[in-house]
Design a binder for this molecule. Structure first.
Ligand SMILES: [Mg+2]
Length: 388
């Protein structure tokens, strides 16, 4: 089987004005998704997610990456990854035994590579007639315990929100440190205490600061919420502040989680060496695809750390992450977005099965999902930024 073409499909959807909530990221005016499709000479095609502005992803695929993979075997994912990462220096890298990355070795280039990489895994699974999880040596788990990822409401209504998630069967809930009404330290403490009180002791509670706190306030918050039995504190400080993770880790007993903004395995190597992270959370559409995310899962396991991929933005990210999470030995729980965004829940078919807090791993060959037949009509691309 040989790759004959690579194209990028662009989807988006305007958020109606009455549902445009404000968060620390700004006011979201639209959702969007880039899907990379890899076509072959055997009639099979694979799809993979790339997180970034879709026209930018398309330009990178067309001008930089496509020519590196056309004519090659899509099942040779490791070789393709090195060819895309090292570009014109791929053969030199192979001779040396380590990568000489291309100039653009972070950001949207690696996101675009992620889409191609996942699409090739999808093809390899289809060619083998088995789900990617089995191709990766997994297959012992047909469903994973999910955690409900949401929690934006103020202190007087967060209890009702998180109890609603527990009522759907979730045994763990993640809430945001910045709520609908912004952030103050006292407000965050009140919201987290209210959530814990509403959940009782039998449901786990995680908190996520989206990397938006300074080290002093993150440290103060960790100290004040420790009695709330927090399963993990996610992105307490900026993803650029790896020293901050190390400092905070020495000052709290709450496990620290991060990684959705990291690109390639290399930042995880230093985060692990520094001892600042307990739970590694790469995003398969950002970090370098399933090939790279699997390396990070193994790296985490070797350091006695957990792996729980970041899952948001599109149903194709859900599908790819599920296949990997089901195959690795250190992913005890899976993020289930409580967003109603149709690009997460209606872009792919068949629909994801979520029951009593568990999410099923699609059983079909490859990723086990395809684009919904009406996806291009329902979610045409609209130019412009996601946040106002
Ligand atoms: Mg997060």
């Amino acid at each position: 089987m040989k790759i004959t073409d690579v194209r990028v499909l662009m989807f988006s959807l305007l958020i109606p004005p009455e549902r445009r909530h404000r968060t620390d990221l700004g006011q979201a005016v639209k959702a969007e998704a880039a899907v990379v499709e890899v076509q072959t000479d055997e009639g099979l095609s694979g799809i993979g997610p790339a997180f970034g502005p879709p026209p930018v992803i398309r330009a990178i695929v067309e001008t930089e990456l496509k020519d590196l993979v056309v004519g090659r075997d899509p099942c040779a994912v490791e070789d393709l990854w090195e060819r895309m990462y090292a570009g014109s220096r791929a053969d030199l890298s192979r001779e040396a035994g380590y990568s000489f990355p291309r100039v653009h070795r972070r950001g949207e280039t690696i996101a675009a590579m992620s889409g191609i990489d996942v699409a090739c895994w999808d093809l390899a699974g289809q060619a083998a007639g088995m789900p990617v999880a089995r191709l990766l040596g997994g297959g012992g788990h047909d469903r994973l315990p999910g955690y409900a990822s949401g929690g934006w409401r103020p202190a007087d209504r967060i209890g009702e929100e998180v109890k609603g998630f527990a009522g759907q069967g979730f045994r763990a809930v993640k809430m945001r440190v910045w709520g609908e009404h912004g952030f103050t330290l006292q407000e965050a403490i009140s919201r987290i205490e209210a959530a814990r009180a509403a959940l009782g002791e039998s449901v786990d509670l995680m908190v996520d600061a989206h990397g938006a706190l300074g080290l002093p306030e993150a440290t103060a918050l960790a100290e004040r919420i420790a009695p709330c039995r927090i399963r993990w504190f996610e992105e307490p400080v900026s993803p650029d502040d790896h020293a901050g993770y190390r400092h905070l880790r020495a000052r709290t007993t709450i496990p620290l989680a991060a990684g959705e903004n990291e690109v390639t395995r290399y930042p995880f190597v230093s985060l692990l060496a520094d001892g600042g992270l307990d739970i590694l959370q790469p995003d398969v559409a950002v970090v370098g695809g399933l090939t790279e995310a699997r390396r990070i899962a193994i790296l985490a396991h070797a350091h006695h750390r957990l792996f729980t991929p970041h899952v948001w933005h599109s149903g194709l990210i859900v599908a790819a992450s599920l296949q990997l999470a089901a195959a690795v030995p250190n992913c005890p729980i899976f993020e289930v977005p409580m967003s109603r965004n149709p690009l997460i829940w209606e872009l792919m078919t068949p629909a994801f099965q979520i029951s009593d807090g568990w999410i099923s791993v699609p059983e079909g060959p490859g990723l086990g999902v395809s684009l919904a037949p009406d996806a291009e009509r329902r979610f045409p691309y609209i130019p412009g930024p996601m946040y106002a």
